[in-house]
Design a protein around this ligand. Structure first.
Ligand code: NAG
Length: 284
């Protein structure tokens, strides 16, 4: 055992000594004579009117950038950042928000007008479809059909007959943060969702912590009886879970979280939650 340690120790101590004698320094870079400081760079730029809440880009013949800011969804050209389209997403009582008034929510519609702060902006992995979810209108989502460089039609993913105060299957996003990965199997899209939830939300029209929801082919909401996980209500305030990032591999969908190491503790852990991308039941 001893014998095998020495060869390891020796190079280490040599390295250390060498370091003391001759501290390593960054070599001086000669000033490049080929750099022309008089060139004026004309970079494409775009100044958002409010802070950018979500951003996603789409490659293709015409590259596009979709950007969500409070009460607006903008489509920019991917190379020169020209605004191609601006869609009003709020306030929910504004006459300019035709998408807001198109959503029939029945008694689920909130009494007060709300601003729409974006929570989710995700492209369908296969179709020319963009999904957006905000925290207004009980956290419902919109499906935007893309034709060329334009949002041609938007559908409200909410069925007024199927959503209730205590059980709202189309209430997706939380104002405290929601992540979405869309998985398609066959011709069906599944929403893999994770939301931060606290008790005051859990009392009405609450999203759940983690769920897998099947989008109905009628494009007016999600199928009933989806599998989900929820932090026990008595712990939802004392055991906050923040979802930071989501991604998918061939077989799995992942969520990166920050959560307390233990109930009542002060140390936080980062954890990776993994769900099967192949089944809608949350068995593993
Ligand atoms: C929307 O509601 C706000 C707040 O109640 C109000 O100030 C505004 O005038 C309303 N807008 C419309 C178009 O009704």
């Amino acid at each position: 055992m001893m014998g095998s340690l020495f060869p390891l120790l020796l190079p280490l101590s040599l390295l250390f000594l060498g370091h003391l004698v001759n501290p390593w320094q960054c070599p001086d870079e000669p000033r490049s004579s080929s750099l022309d400081h008089n060139v004026q760079y004309d970079l494409p730029n775009y100044v958002a009117p409010k802070h950018i809440q979500d951003l996603i880009s789409k490659d293709g013949q015409e590259p596009l950038v979709f950007m969500a800011i409070t009460n607006h969804l903008q489509v920019l050209h991917g190379s020169d950042l020209r605004i191609l389209q601006s869609v009003t997403t709020g306030p929910t009582n504004s006459s300019e928000c035709s998408r807001c008034s198109q959503c029939s929510m029945g008694s689920a519609r909130p009494d007060q007008p709300e601003d729409t702060e974006s929570q989710v902006l995700v492209l369908d992995p296969e179709e020319d479809i963009l999904y957006s979810c905000g925290c207004s209108l009980r956290g419902l989502c919109f499906l935007h059909q893309l034709i060329g460089a334009k949002i041609s039609d938007s559908k409200c993913l909410f069925d007024e007959q199927e959503n209730f105060h205590l059980l709202c299957r189309d209430c997706v996003s939380s104002p405290l943060g929601t992540l979405l990965t869309v998985v398609t199997r066959g011709y069906t899209a599944y929403f893999y969702l994770a939301s931060s939830v606290v008790s005051r939300m859990a009392e009405s029209y609450s999203p759940v912590s983690v769920s897998v929801r099947r989008l109905l082919s009628t494009e007016d909401g999600f199928a009933d009886g989806f599998h989900s996980l929820m932090v026990f209500p008595q712990f939802s305030d004392s055991y906050p879970i923040r979802y930071l990032h989501t991604f998918r591999t061939e077989d799995f969908v992942y969520f990166l979280t920050v959560q307390l190491e233990e109930l009542g503790g002060t140390a936080y852990h980062s954890r990776v939650v993994r769900l099967s991308a192949m089944e809608e039941e949350m068995r593993r």
